[in-house]
Design a protein around this ligand. Sequence first.
Ligand SMILES: CC(C)(COP(=O)(O)OP(=O)(O)OC[C@H]1O[C@@H](n2cnc3c(N)ncnc32)[C@H](O)[C@@H]1OP(=O)(O)O)[C@@H](O)C(=O)NCCC(=O)NCCS
Length: 161
Amino acid sequence: MIRRCRDKDAGSIYNIINEAAKAYEGVIEADCYHQPYMPEEELEREMKRVTFYGWEVNGELVGIMGIEPIKNVTLIRHAYVLPQYQNQGIGRRLLDYLKRNTTTPSLLVGTWAAAHRAIAFYRKHGFNLLPDKDRLLAEYWDIPPRQIETSVVMGIENNKD
Ligand SMILES: CC(C)(COP(=O)(O)OP(=O)(O)OC[C@H]1O[C@@H](n2cnc3c(N)ncnc32)[C@H](O)[C@@H]1OP(=O)(O)O)[C@@H](O)C(=O)NCCC(=O)NCCS
């Protein structure tokens, strides 16, 4: 049910990200929220650097999660499940899969400081909030200053043999 996404999946990934990101409306700072949350050109750029994996139901992608290895860490990027499929364990399965298939000693994920449910999701899966988030966001991410200010970084040691 989990498969690697390809260029031809761009339309489905676009739909999943922008539908799932509606959960941020009224939660994150108003100036950080817009629709589409990720415009096509931005997704096109992201697909060049991020490897996406997806969860399929009846041949249709309903959830996606990406990895971007940088230096000695792997970033979890763009974790989104269509609203009607959330809370059914799809995010957990995708995250477990990526954790198992990552060889770097640690994984990092960045999310909005106000996105408490997303933070709870990662915490439940062993990620902890890291104190040096400004340095990490500047070193491993390519995001604007306002996003650095309003984001947190969570990390986990990858204990795979
Ligand atoms: C976060 C997300 C990818 C998790 O996928 P999922 O398939 O719903 O997750 P699972 O079913 O494996 O786990 C459920 C947990 O996810 C979290 N969750 C559920 N719905 C959520 C939502 N709308 N937004 C954020 N987190 C959510 C909760 O921690 C939930 O645990 P709980 O039942 O104890 O409250 C998915 O809910 C989503 O797309 N949320 C909106 C966008 C988002 O916050 N993405 C993270 C960007 S880094």
